[in-house]
Design a protein around this ligand. Sequence first.
Ligand SMILES: Nc1ncnc2c1ncn2[C@@H]1O[C@H](COP(=O)(O)OP(=O)(O)OP(=O)(O)O)[C@@H](O)[C@H]1O
Length: 256
Amino acid sequence: MRYGGVEGTLALRGTSLDVAEGEFIAVVGPSGCGKSTLMRLVTGLWPSTEGTVIVDGREVSGPLSIAGMAFQNPTLLPWRTILANVMLPLEVVQPHRGRLRGERAAYEAKARDLLKLVGLAGFEGKYPWQLSGGMQQRASLCRALVHDPRLLMLDEPFGALDVFTREDLWDVLQEVWLARKPTVILVTHDLKEAVYLADRVLIMSARPGRIIAERAVPYPRPRRLDLTYEAEFQAIVHELRDRISDARRAEASDAR
Ligand SMILES: Nc1ncnc2c1ncn2[C@@H]1O[C@H](COP(=O)(O)OP(=O)(O)OP(=O)(O)O)[C@@H](O)[C@H]1O
């Protein structure tokens, strides 16, 4: 994948990955290695300049409606209330769009339940600018989940949150995954988060990014936060950190 024509930035090269339906994978790698680019290609938000992306047996040629997405910068619409922002995908994605008029109360109750789950009960009628950045991020997670997407694409969705809120939301996400088993691709810089949440952690090389290694995570679910203090868990985190340091060192020596 190259941005800006033949002379432009080569963001991804020879990137290949397979994700099974219902699997939870995390993607980690040095800054600028192309993780967000990978997300844009999979969700069809950006066309690939080479290669193909297949989701649910079909080649991706435009934005995917089966995907729920949340990004590091919550992109809430400033003129809509929090509740109306969370309900936005229901106005766009079928079959919800067709049902929304007749079943608005049930859909609204669901959106309110999600907001409650992430600690935003009471803020439904506020506007995004009346909420802190972390609260907006939580609302954007609700918006990604409200239409029960079969594919959940999360690009550093917890990046701007304090550690306690972040850990709470890991468990919210784990609950959602256990209840509905969507396929999840989570991009994160937080290796503890990757190991806590994912079945498999994929490690990318420095730009142009490609998948250079993967690490299966052996723990059954539900996982509890105590797990993150265990020696074996921490050893996995260290192993990932070493791999990424190697990838960064390789980038530095290539640049010389
Ligand atoms: N729209 C764009 N136009 C031109 N170049 C871009 C564009 N988006 C990203 N790039 C370049 O592609 C490369 C990969 O960017 P990307 O955002 O995918 O990396 P990332 O791994 O998500 O980074 P980070 O971890 O810092 O968020 C970078 O060198 C970036 O400058």
